[in-house]
Design a protein around this ligand. Structure first.
Ligand code: SF4
Length: 323
């Protein structure tokens, strides 16, 4: 069994609303989220906008503190950093790749000054030949060559795909153990997505990092990850090995997602599953199963209490009373 490098136990995050009319109300962005990630493993977090995927990544990265529950990094509970050194140590261990390749690079900095920061801040290279070697290797490993040419440029002189490669190079420059990739290819042209995904897989193999890969795309999740968790309205609805979750999708929401996906399984018959109703408000989420307002199989017990995750075997769990 591989070493568990990240574990979330019962993690919830609520964002209090401001203003007199909203007194006492909060957005329930994550509720009772739990999963573990082994060293070198890749887990996809799949769901629609507002499902809590990005909030999950941001609490793991330490950008927000959980309202309740515990995050373990390398088996040790992660606590709010009490010094700059603690904050840097967490940032070095857990790095994020952001969705927007345009907004996540400072337009006034050259690629050199964007990339030398992680090496210098984390003490991974000294200015001079050592830093030069690392900068060049860092760009070449993401397919930007000749590196010296790219180091001179500004972000606006690069294409979207090249900018995202610089973002990924910056992430790996810190030598992280866990990479939280938040929809890293969703803003790229379709024609260059596959190249970036393959490069990320090569980097994972070469560096032995673990990925939490956030996406709304089942096919992309299947390509990138060996395990898959589907979130809906802040909760995990189904989690397990990718092939099991896709080929034996059990939760009605996951079946709906699969039916709406362009081609999660080549040649597979598409299930006809209907759904009505709106995505629930996270300020006042429905009691019981969060999906009961849209579920075609809902019965009275579904709104009585939140279903527990039930074990289907082989590490495949589903949160639904039908099982
Ligand atoms: Fe549907 Fe009930 Fe299962 Fe929720 S618990 S997905 S409402 S059948």
């Amino acid at each position: 069994m591989s070493e568990t490098i990240l574990e979330l136990r019962g993690v919830s995050k609520r964002f209090p609303l401001r203003g007199f009319a909203s007194f006492g109300k909060s957005v329930h962005a994550m509720d009772d989220v739990g999963f573990a990630l082994a060293r070198g493993e890749s887990l996809a977090l799949v769901g629609e906008s507002g499902s809590g995927k990005t909030t999950t990544a941001s609490v793991i990265a330490g950008l927000h503190e959980p309202t309740s529950g515990t995050i373990f990094l390398g088996g040790v509970p992660a606590r709010p950093p009490r010094s700059r050194a603690e904050s840097l140590a967490r940032k070095k261990k857990v790095q994020m790749i952001f969705q927007d390749p345009f907004g996540s690079l400072n337009p006034t900095h050259t690629i050199r000054s964007i990339l030398d920061r992680p090496f210098l801040i984390h003490g991974l290279a000294r200015r001079g030949p050592e830093l030069e070697r690392k900068l060049e290797a860092c760009l070449e490993q993401v397919g930007l060559s000749p590196a010296a040419e790219y180091l001179r440029r500004f972000p606006h002189e690069l294409s979207g795909g090249q900018r995202q490669r610089v973002n990924i190079a910056r992430t790996f420059a810190a030598e992280p153990e866990i990479v939280l990739a938040d929809e890293p290819t969703s803003m790229l042209d379709v024609s260059i997505r596959m190249g970036v995904m393959n490069m990320m897989l090569d980097l994972k193999e070469a560096r032995g990092v673990s990925y939490l890969y956030i996406t709304h795309d089942l096919a992309g999740a299947r390509y990138m990850c060996s395990r898959l968790a589907v979130m809906y309205a802040g909760m995990i609805m189904e989690i397990g090995p990718t092939e099991a979750v896709i080929s034996k999708a059990s939760h009605p929401y996951v079946r709906l997602l699969k039916a709406a996906s362009p081609a999660p399984e080549a040649g597979a018959a598409r299930e006809k599953i209907g759904s009505s109703g709106e995505i629930p408000s996270l300020i006042d989420p429905p009691a019981g199963c969060r999906f009961h307002t849209r579920c075609p199989y809902a019965k009275s017990e579904c709104s009585a209490s939140v279903p527990a995750l039930r074990d289907l075997g082989g590490g495949h769990l589903v949160r639904c009373v039908l099982y």
